[in-house]
Ligand binder design. Structure first.
Ligand code: PMP
Length: 387
């Protein structure tokens, strides 16, 4: 029944059907979601305290322990994206006045330093070259936490972590690692490498939609949280509450927030697919397809942004924007003519690079061929002299 009570009409856009085109997502994430994971996310809801959902959460926890190679009991998925896990890690560890040392190798270090400053923790951005810098930084600043990004998606660099955990512990410091872009695509061993807090995201190698973020805390990190003098600044991300909801503290589980249940179904399937494939096969798959891509890019005359082969992130490859081209025209051309997403740079790499992601199920030889075909076409058609 039409009345004149409403001065805002129903929006026309919402009265039309939802439009979601088919695209091959070969940017730095999200990656395409395979049918099995899509179907899991489309299942009917259950209540967030129903035993079947708590069971799924337990399975997610075991899946994260496998993917991270850890036995930490404080292991769970944050209800939020990678940024949310980054905030959860920093705000649970740091208290007002604590010192964090941040290795700024790209945008993620910049953001971690920003978050640490917002928490009124003193943040000393480290320089590019670790572990030498961290040795000096650790001795000079005596930080409580060292933050470093394993797979720097803005530059395409894979940061070696060997020895860093031990070094941190010799200086009484906790090691916090961002593996959002690398988990499942490059080896990482949380326990063996003595990483204290490790987090990732759902929408990259795990091929689930964005919205849930695996995270785990070592006993050292857990004890630091227990010794806090002040409560963490966020209720939503308070690890005490989350530990209880995820059954990590041995107490009866209590309602904390309504979990994004369908995101958890999807994450469970993403972790299940990784477990079925096996971590080592997954690492090998990413290595091989990345090598094929790098060779193809070289054959097209494109220059790798990361010169040293073993410093390249197997999930996200960066090449310099070739002379005579505008990066935006190349990415738009690929999207409009080949239905393929690739990305330009981010943060410090804006305008300098093109980024091509091959993650999880998207990391296939045929996708490498497809993106190379698209790029060859783009290089022919987008040269400035033709405009
Ligand atoms: N860290 C890294 C290394 C990332 O690549 C990303 C996402 N591109 C994030 C953190 C943030 O994740 P999200 O966008 O899911 O919040």
């Amino acid at each position: 029944m039409a009345t004149n009570l409403l001065h805002v009409p129903p929006p026309q856009g919402l009265l039309r059907p939802l439009v979601v085109p088919e695209r091959l997502l070969l940017g730095p994430g999200p990656s395409n979601v395979p049918p099995r994971i899509l179907a899991a996310g489309g299942r009917q809801l259950l209540g967030h305290m129903h035993p079947e959902v708590l069971q799924v959460m337990d399975e997610i926890k075991a899946g994260i322990q496998y993917a991270f190679q850890t036995q930490n009991r404080l292991t769970l998925a944050i209800s939020g994206t990678g940024h949310c896990a980054m905030e959860a890690a920093l705000l649970n560890l740091l208290e007002h006045g604590d010192t964090a040392l941040v290795a700024v190798n790209g945008i993620w270090g910049q953001r971690a330093a920003d978050i640490a400053r917002r928490l009124a923790a003193v943040s000393h951005p480290g320089r590019r070259h670790l572990p030498l810098c961290s040795m000096q930084g650790l001795a000079r600043h005596k930080p409580l936490v060292l933050f470093i990004t394993h797979g720097e998606s803005s530059t395409g660099v894979l940061q070696p972590l060997e020895g860093l955990g031990k070094l941190c512990h010799r200086h009484g410091c906790l090691l916090l690692v961002d593996a959002v872009a690398s988990l499942g695509g490059a080896p990482i061993f949380m326990d063996r490498q003595e990483i204290d807090v490790l987090y990732s995201g759902s929408q990259k190698v795990l091929n689930a939609p964005p919205g849930s973020a695996p995270i785990s805390f070592s006993e050292r990190a857990r004890e630091k949280i227990l010794r806090r003098k002040t409560q963490p600044l966020s209720f939503y991300l308070d690890m005490g509450w989350l530990a209880n909801y995820w059954g990590c503290d041995g107490e009866p589980r209590r309602y904390h927030h309504t979990a994004p249940i369908n995101s958890f179904f999807s994450l469970r399937e993403g972790l299940a697919m990784l477990a079925e494939l096996g971590l080592e096969s997954s690492w090998e798959r990413h290595r091989a397809n990345c090598a094929q891509l790098c060779q193809g890019l070289h054959d097209l005359g494109l220059e790798p942004f990361v010169k040293e082969e073993k410093a390249r992130l197997p999930t996200i490859t960066t090449v310099r924007v070739p002379k005579g081209y505008d990066w935006k025209e190349i990415t738009t051309f690929l999207m409009e003519n080949h239905a393929i997403e690739i990305a330009g740079g981010l943060g410090p790499s804006v305008g300098k690079v093109l980024r091509i992601g091959l993650m999880g199920c998207n990391s296939t030889s045929s996708n490498v061929d497809r993106v190379l075909r698209g790029l060859r076409d783009a290089l022919r058609r987008c040269h400035r002299s033709q405009l």
